[in-house]
Design a binder for this molecule. Sequence first.
Ligand code: ADP
Ligand code: MG
Length: 236
Amino acid sequence: MIRKTGELDITPEYYFEKEDAMHLTPALLPRLIQAIDHAIETSAEEVTALDQAIGDGDHVTNLQRGIKALTVQADELARLDWMTAWQKIGMTLMTAVGGASGSLYGTLFVAMSKAARDRSLDLQSFAEIFSSGVEAVKQRGKADAGEKTMLDVLIPVAASLRQDAAESVAIADVLKNVSRTAVTGMESTRDMLATKGRASFLGERSRGHIDAGAKTSQLMICALVDVLAEHLTTPS
Ligand code: ADP
Ligand code: MG
């Protein structure tokens, strides 16, 4: 199966023969960005309340600044290959978002771009590329799973992708597993003690609230999955 450079073929090996293989190119980015924008907009009050409870309340505003910047660039991003698009998205998020989350989300995409160099993209390599991005976030934030941050969503989602890729799970199920894992990860932060970020200043009082960054990571991942699942059934 010959794939064009920069095209993400997210189908497991055994699908390659089929005509309806799911070819994902950055042309889908405007729709993906719009879906993220909508998801964050819809839950803005809820997330702000979470960040007010154990942070400083600016997480949604920070993120919305980044999403607006990506919306402006959407048409330009749509014409790039994935590696270049991820690099540009990462740089934009780093400069536009601000706060801890800006450099962390920015790092995720810049590291994904680096990991994508000279690789063809299928589900297996995407799982590895995303995992490299998450590893970079861990290093940047000096944090790991269980510290009540966005990593409690990102780490299990990366693991879910790797496992499903290794087992050649059908793409529709891969997407469902990603969404379910993201929601479980987000909810798991409620009872955790925050040991990183502003919430860590509260010590035991950080328990009982979902982490805002975990919530927005989950919302954005689920929004991306919805677009991909729809694209899978009705490619346009
Ligand atoms: P700030 O905390 O600087 O105001 P934001 O409010 O935009 O930045 O983002 C806060 C979110 O960033 C937290 O809810 C948490 O998920 C995430 N976060 C903060 N510090 C870290 C870290 N060291 N590692 C991973 N994620 C972190
Ligand atoms: Mg904040």
